[in-house]
Write a protein that binds this ligand. Structure first.
Ligand SMILES: Nc1ncnc2c1ncn2[C@@H]1O[C@H](COP(=O)(O)OP(=O)(O)OP(=O)(O)O)[C@@H](O)[C@H]1O
Length: 311
């Protein structure tokens, strides 16, 4: 390599040879930052959030109130623009979109379901007309598809009913049909069962899961509802604007579902220790680490010999 090779060229070379972070992911957030400024006060709602979701996955996002879940969903839905970082959905760069791209993205690439049914459906249109509306706005008119979607979601009997004539759960299932109308690649749902009783929640979640399985649409559900987060294959926990944990569920050989919770290691090796663990052991500013053959031990600063037997 010549002596004139600049640092920029070396970096470009490294990028050419190494796989880019999340290059195959359907949803990619890399070091995503969203800062809100109101009356001179800054609130950092997302502080370097990393998230990868594969095509066709069904993922729940959970976290305490104020942790940044809705901010993340607003960014992914194209409603809000992050302050910095990378956000890419189905190959679309969400930071570099023109107003026109954004409209197309919101109409054709993603579908949404919000918690308030009034935000999902127009009250003066029937269920089937609500489902047809996004298709009409995109220049299509397909009564057949609208009816098929209502059927898939188990609400075909309500095709001619207005939202006020349906229960909350039925309205949410029609809302899912509306979200799916233009065959989006991704469906984003923010607390879709938040206003429902447990029976209706179960039906709405089953409808989302059915759409995910039958249509292969990548689905992200922000939820406080344990009934929902306990049934997906992957639950992502957000804390203080970052992904902090993931719970993976898989069927064991005896048919039971086994859930395992992991802490998330970011690209530079940062890990968030669960607050209840650190407070139990009075871990504050510093911890002692020791590399063992198959794990890393973490001890409070005051422990002299690194925790006896190393566990
Ligand atoms: N438009 C805004 N202007 C100023 N601050 C905002 C705005 N939207 C959100 N925030 C702040 O950003 C942080 C994250 O909010 P966000 O709504 O994303 O949290 P959340 O996890 O969805 O909470 P919840 O479960 O209560 O809906 C909070 O501190 C919130 O007050």
């Amino acid at each position: 390599m010549s002596q004139e090779t600049s640092l920029a060229e070396l970096e470009a070379e490294a990028v050419r040879h190494g796989p880019a972070f999340g290059q195959d992911a359907h949803i990619l957030c890399d070091n995503l930052v969203r800062i809100y400024k109101t009356e001179g006060v800054e609130v950092v709602a997302l502080q370097g959030l990393d998230l990868l979701i594969e095509a066709g996955e069904l993922v729940a996002v959970v976290g305490a109130s104020g942790s940044g879940k809705s901010t993340l969903l607003n960014v992914l839905s194209g409603l809000d623009v992050p302050t910095a970082g990378v956000a890419r959905v189905a190959g679309v760069d969400l930071l570099g979109m023109t107003a026109r791209d954004r409209l197309r993205y919101r109409r054709e690439v993603v579908g949404f379901v919000w918690q308030q049914t009034s935000r999902n459906l127009l009250p003066y249109l029937s269920a089937v007309e609500n489902v047809e509306l996004p298709m009409r706005l995109a220049g299509r008119r397909r009564r057949g598809r609208a009816t098929e979607l209502l059927d898939l979601l188990g609400v075909a009997d309500h095709a001619g009913h207005r939202p006020g004539e349906m229960s909350g759960g039925e309205q949410q299932r029609v809302a899912i049909a509306v979200a799916l109308a233009n065959s989006p690649q991704v469906v984003l749902a923010d607390e879709p069962t938040g206003e429902l009783d447990s029976e209706s929640s179960e039906e709405v979640f089953a409808a989302l899961r059915g759409a995910n399985r039958e249509l292969g649409v990548t689905t992200v559900i922000v939820t406080h509802d344990a009934l929902v987060s306990g049934q997906v294959d992957r639950t992502v926990g957000i804390r203080d604007g970052r992904t902090s944990s993931e719970t993976l569920r898989r069927a064991s050989s005896d048919g039971l579902v086994v859930a395992e919770e992991y802490a998330v290691l970011d690209r530079v090796g940062r890990l968030q220790l669960p607050r209840d663990f650190t407070s139990e052991l009075n871990m504050e500013r510093r911890v002692r680490l020791r590399l063992e053959s198959d794990h890393i031990g973490v001890w409070p600063e005051t422990t002299r010999e690194g925790g006896g037997d190393g566990d």
